[in-house]
Design a protein around this ligand. Structure first.
Ligand SMILES: NC(=O)c1ccc[n+]([C@@H]2O[C@H](COP(=O)([O-])OP(=O)(O)OC[C@H]3O[C@@H](n4cnc5c(N)ncnc54)[C@H](O)[C@@H]3O)[C@@H](O)[C@H]2O)c1
Length: 437
C-alpha cells in the first residue's frame, strides 16, 4: 500500500483482516512506531482493534521502504493524496511520484491498483511512468498490469464501508487482472455478487461521477430551499414529499450549508477542470458549484459581512463594480475608487482613500493644483476624514452650511447596499429603485 493516510490505512488494515499479508508504506518514521502500538491518527470505529490484531499476528506491517513493500507484494495499491492544485485540478504529483518509486524497484510481475481519485487517463500515465522507469533500468522484461479500483468509503464509517461495500468497481484492461482483483475483493461481497468490472477510463470516471452526483442533489435542494423562502413553502415538507418517491430516494436531500468534507468540493472542481481541459463544459456541475458558493455564505450566520462583490448597471448604461472585504490581514492594503471616463481617469487609493493615484484628463482643470496637495499619510484605515466629516455634519445640522451629500442622494447608497443583500437572497438581479421603501 503506497500511502498510509485515510484510504491507505483503512484499506491495508481491512485487507489484512481478511487474511492477506499487507505492507503499508509510510513516509514518516515516527508514524510507524505509533501505528505498531495501535495508535491510529484518525477516528474510525473498529479500526484500532483491526490494526492491533493484524500487527500482532504479523499480517500488517508498516515500513518507510517502498522497495521492501513492493518486493513482498503481488498487488501494489496507490492510495496517496490528490489535493487540488491552485487551479482546482487534481494535483497528481504524489501519484506520479509513487508510480516512479514503484517502477524504480519492481523486480517481478505486479498488479498496480490505483485507489487515489484521479482524472480519466491518469492510470495510463502511471503505466507509462512505470514502463519508463523499467526501461531506464534495462528491465523491460518485467511484466505488470495497471488497474483502477475507486474507493467509496465515508469518513466515520470507513471500516464498515470497506468490509461490506455497496459495490466494488474494478477497472482493468484485461481478464487476467480482473480475475486476480475479483478474487482479492470477493470475500467482502460474498452475500451478494456486487463486483462491477469495467474499463479503466469508466472506473476513473465512476469515482468522480459518484462524488459529483451527491453534491448535485445537495445544491438542488439548497436552491429549492431558497425558492421555498420566496414562495412560503417548507423545504422539509418538500424533502419528505420527494424523498419517499422510490425513483428519487431520501439520501442527500437535506438543504443546509451545502456540501463539504475532504472529497466533494475538490472532486467536483477537479471533474469540471478535467472536462474543460478536453474542451467540454460540464454546465450542470458548474451550476452546482455556484449554488454551493452561494449557500455556504448564506448559511453561515456571521455577525458581520466579510466579502461582497456587486456589479452595477446604471440606467445610463454605464457599468460599475464594487468589491468589499473586511477580511484583510493584517491591515487594509487599499480602499480605492476608480472612475474611468471618456475624457479622463481618476483613481483614489491608499489604505484609507488618502492618496490620489491617478488624475488624468484630456483638458487642464482648476482642481489639478489642489489634487497635488491632497495626499495624506494616515496611521490607520480610518484616515483623517472622520473629524472633518463630523464637523461638517454638525455645521450642516446647525444650518450654517449645506451638506455635501443631501439626504435623498445619500439614500441611493443605502439602496445599493440593500439591493446587494436582496440579490444575495434571491440569487438574481435586482433593481435598487424597485426596493420597498
Ligand atoms: N478520505 C476519503 O474519504 C476518501 C474517500 C475516497 C477516496 N479518497 C481518495 O483517496 C486518495 C487518498 O486520500 P486520503 O484521504 O487517504 O489522503 P491522505 O492525505 O489521508 O493520505 C495520503 C497519504 O499518502 C502519503 N504519501 C504521499 N506520497 C507518498 C509516497 N510517494 N509514498 C508513500 N506515501 C506517500 C502521505 O504521506 C499521506 O499519508 C485521494 O485521492 C482521495 O481523493 C479519499
Amino acid at each position: 500500500m503506497i500511502g498510509t493516510g485515510y484510504v491507505g490505512l483503512v484499506t491495508g488494515a481491512c485487507l489484512a483482516e481478511q487474511g492477506n499479508h499487507v505492507w503499508c508504506v509510510v513516509i514518516d518514521e515516527d508514524k510507524i512506531s505509533r501505528l505498531n502500538a495501535g495508535i491510529v491518527p484518525i477516528y474510525e470505529p473498529g479500526l484500532e482493534d483491526i490494526i492491533k490484531r493484524n500487527v500482532s499476528q504479523g499480517r500488517l506491517k508498516f515500513t518507510t521502504d517502498t522497495k521492501e513493500a513492493v518486493k513482498n507484494s503481488f498487488f501494489v495499491f496507490i492510495a496517496v493524496g490528490t489535493p487540488p492544485d491552485g487551479n482546482g485540478n487534481a494535483d497528481l504529483k504524489y501519484v506520479l511520484q509513487a508510480a516512479q518509486n514503484i517502477g524504480a524497484c519492481m523486480e517481478g510481475y505486479k498488479i498496480i491498483a490505483i485507489k487515489s481519485t484521479v482524472p480519466v487517463g491518469t492510470s495510463y500515465k502511471i503505466k507509462t511512468i512505470i514502463t519508463e522507469e523499467l526501461t531506464k533500468r534495462g528491465r523491460t522484461d518485467i511484466d505488470f498490469d495497471v488497474a483502477f479500483c475507486p474507493e467509496f468509503l465515508k469518513e466515520g464509517s470507513a471500516v464498515d464501508d470497506f468490509l461490506s461495500p455497496d459495490r466494488i468497481v474494478i477497472g482493468t484492461e484485461n481478464d487476467r487482472t480482473s480475475a486476480f482483483l475479483r478474487e482479492l475483493f470477493s470475500p467482502y461481497v460474498q452475500r451478494e455478487p456486487r463486483i462491477l468490472t469495467v474499463s479503466i477510463s469508466s472506473a476513473e470516471l465512476i469515482k468522480y461521477a459518484a462524488n459529483a452526483m451527491q453534491p448535485t442533489r445537495i445544491s438542488f435542494m439548497n436552491e429549492l430551499a431558497n425558492f421555498c423562502e420566496t414562495v412560503g413553502a417548507d423545504i422539509e415538507e418538500v424533502r419528505r414529499g420527494i424523498g419517499t418517491d422510490k425513483r428519487i430516494g431520501p439520501a442527500f436531500l437535506y438543504a443546509g450549508v451545502g456540501y463539504g468534507g475532504s472529497c466533494f468540493p475538490k472532486d467536483v472542481k477537479a471533474l469540471i477542470r478535467s472536462a474543460k481541459e478536453k474542451g467540454k463544459d460540464l454546465s450542470i456541475l458548474q451550476a452546482v458549484e455556484s449554488v454551493q458558493a452561494f449557500s455556504a455564505t448564506l448559511a453561515r450566520r456571521i455577525e458581520a459581512e466579510d466579502t461582497i462583490v456587486v456589479n452595477l448597471r446604471y440606467r445610463s448604461g454605464a457599468l460599475g463594480s464594487i468589491n468589499v472585504t473586511t477580511l484583510t490581514y493584517p491591515k487594509n492594503l487599499e480602499g480605492s475608487i476608480t472612475i474611468l471616463g471618456e475624457k479622463g481617469t481618476v483613481k483614489i487609493g491608499g489604505i484609507a482613500l488618502n492618496r490620489i493615484d491617478t488624475w488624468e484628463f484630456d483638458q487642464p482643470h482648476p482642481m489639478d493644483k489642489e489634487v497635488e496637495q491632497a495626499n495624506t499619510n494616515p496611521t490607520s484605515v480610518y484616515g483623517f476624514g472622520h473629524l472633518d466629516f463630523y464637523s461638517h455634519v454638525i455645521e450642516a445640522l446647525k444650518g450654517n452650511i449645506n451638506g455635501v451629500v443631501e439626504g435623498r442622494e445619500g439614500r441611493k447608497t443605502v439602496e445599493i447596499i440593500q439591493a446587494a443583500y436582496q440579490s444575495a437572497l434571491s440569487g438574481g438581479q435586482v433593481k435598487p429603485c424597485a426596493m420597498p421603501r
